[in-house]
Design a protein around this ligand. Structure first.
Ligand SMILES: N[C@@H](CCC(=O)N[C@@H](CS)C(=O)NCC(=O)O)C(=O)O
Length: 210
């Protein structure tokens, strides 16, 4: 099957698809898009939202639907109840994004025009990035108990001896924090994220340096 993935490097929903492709060992054509490229996604699916996976030239959106379609042998248990992973993501989402956004735009993914576009869009919702950076200690404090609680559920994967889609969802959402200066994951969470990374053959920025 011809697989083409359109994605933003920083986007956790896109990262979960890339991690799943790596875990399932599926070759694909990787197309990282600039954040201010409105035309490519709109031409494909009528709206600007990524990830988009093209299956033999037929485009599909929604990360979990894409992953379920890829996981034909259910190696990721992608049809299981994902509500606990969803709940964790909902809890960490604001702090993760508020911490990471000001630094995501400094990475190689962003051209000057994409950076300006992203900042304008996101500041409308979250306020000036410079204020988010000032509030970083509060966001870190908000995350700590959530990460401590996650630690308790690692066996060594999320409530499981084996990696499942829940781990990919959780790891993809936390991954962006690695770009935040002076943010440190608790040791056990860092080890967990690294083992998910290894099993998924995942490399955050590889597409930009190839
Ligand atoms: N429910 C969607 C969510 C995808 C999503 O929110 N993507 C964001 C990027 S992280 C997006 O493309 N938003 C439109 C934009 O940023 O312009 C999925 O799971 O695929």
């Amino acid at each position: 099957m011809g697989l083409v993935l359109y994605h933003y490097v920083h986007c956790p929903y896109c990262v979960r698809v890339r991690m799943s492709l790596g875990f399932l060992n599926l070759p694909y054509d990787s197309r990282p898009l600039a954040y201010d490229d409105l035309k490519t996604p709109t031409d494909l699916i009528g709206v600007k939202i990524l990830p988009i996976m093209s299956f033999d030239a037929v485009p599909m959106r929604e990360s979990l639907d894409i992953i379920r379609r890829l996981d034909v042998k259910n190696k990721l248990q992608s049809n299981a109840d994902l509500s606990k992973a969803e709940a964790f993501i909902k809890d960490v989402n604001n702090a993760v994004h508020s911490l990471a956004m000001p630094y995501w735009i400094q990475t190689a993914e962003f051209t000057p025009s994409a950076r300006a576009y992203f900042q304008k869009q996101k500041e409308e919702k979250r306020g000036p990035f410079k204020d988010l950076v000032k509030k970083a200690p509060a966001f870190k404090e908000e995350l700590l108990p959530l990460l401590m609680n996650l630690e308790k559920n690692l066996e060594p994967f999320f409530e499981s001896a084996n990696l499942t889609l829940k781990d990919i969802m959780i790891a993809a959402h936390l991954w962006g924090l690695y770009v935040v200066p002076e943010f440190q994951f608790p040791d056990k969470i860092h080890a967990y994220l690294q083992s998910v990374k290894e099993l998924c053959q995942f490399n955050y920025h590889q597409d930009l340096w190839s």
